[in-house]
Design a protein. Structure first.
Length: 323
């Protein structure tokens, strides 16, 4: 348990704005269903240049409230996100509030850019941004590592959204180790007009494995060549190593994704992969110019496409919030 801190509001800040990135799972291996209801994971996370934004504003009393608005490339209306205690950003603020005696109330205004229920960790980015914003607003004084320890209770993707960059996740994805990867990799995202439930995708994966009699390594691992090619920025060598154990389940739940993967391949993508639990698809490209070209070709096919690059930084205070 992380001890609480004495809140120091001497800075006089009444509002703090934080940006946090969405992610792509460049490689994702999923172990069998465990007795505790979780799956062991081995994942290579890549933070990409598509950012959620959370503005935390001090309010009287101790209540935590939230509002959501959409901007840019949203697949679903922002109104589809819960505005109660089940909202992940609200839960994050609540956890920090319990450790911050004397804190104020807070209103969280979330600007969505990462696809909703799209397999890119948008809700987790909101939670990471809320943690950092509330820590700054209340002067709680937690280090980023301490915030990441708090974030573990919110799911595996939240600590990574705080960290950003490139990382290997083990356990249930929560044991993170940063990896050196400075040369940008360029992707084109294709965003679907619907979301997929992460628990449903995992359940479908378990059903497929049971149906096929598939034996799964209880301790999944990542091919070290993945990190080597990412470190070198060698997209062509990395392309055949993109892998997602959840992809088969996502394709069974949303068969139209298979056609999109084919369209991207025909348009010249080095490789395509369902991101996380989907349905967002990430196409790897050779360069920023190749990404722009591929985006245009996919848009000409009527698809909702967006060029991004990574690694991107983790949750970060906006300049006017940094004091």
């Amino acid at each position: 348990m992380i001890p609480g801190r004495t809140v120091d509001l001497r800075s006089g800040a009444s509002s703090v704005r934080v940006r946090a990135p969405g992610k792509i799972n460049v490689a994702l291996r999923v172990g069998p269903l465990r007795e505790d209801g979780y799956h062991g994971l081995a994942s290579v996370f890549l933070a990409v240049s598509l950012f959620e934004e959370v503005t935390a504003t001090a309010t009287p009393g101790e209540a935590i409230s939230v509002s959501v608005n959409g901007q840019g490339m949203l697949n679903l209306p922002a109104e589809s996100i819960p505005l109660d205690s089940t909202n992940l950003a609200v839960r994050a603020a609540g956890l920090l509030a319990d450790l911050s005696p004397g804190r104020s109330g807070v209103h969280l205004d979330i600007t969505k850019r990462v696809p909703i229920a799209g397999g890119m960790g948008g809700g987790s980015a909101d939670a990471a941004a809320a943690l950092l914003a509330c820590d700054a607003l209340w002067g709680s004084g937690f280090s980023r590592d301490e915030l990441a320890r708090i974030a573990v209770d919110l799911g595996a993707d939240v600590p990574f959204a705080l960290l950003g960059g490139t990382a290997v996740g083990l356990g249930v994805g929560d044991r993170l180790t940063s990896a050196i990867s400075k040369t940008p990799l360029h992707f084109v995202l294709v965003i679907s007009e619907y979301g997929l439930s992460t628990p449903e995708v995992y359940r479908t994966l378990d059903e497929i494995r049971l149906r096929n009699g598939t034996e799964v390594d209880p301790q999944p691992a990542i091919d070290p060549a993945v990190l080597g090619h990412m470190r070198a920025g060698d997209a062509a060598a990395l392309a055949p190593l993109l892998h997602n154990d959840l992809q088969e389940a996502a394709l069974e739940l949303a068969p139209g994704l298979r056609d999109i993967l084919g369209t991207g391949s025909d348009a010249g993508a080095l490789a395509g992969i369902v991101s996380g639990s989907g349905p967002t698809i990430a196409f790897l490209t050779r360069s920023s110019g190749h990404a722009a070209q591929l985006q245009s070709l996919l848009e000409a096919e009527g698809l909702h496409a967006r060029s991004v690059h990574g690694p991107a930084h983790g949750a970060r205070l906006a300049p006017e919030s940094a004091g």
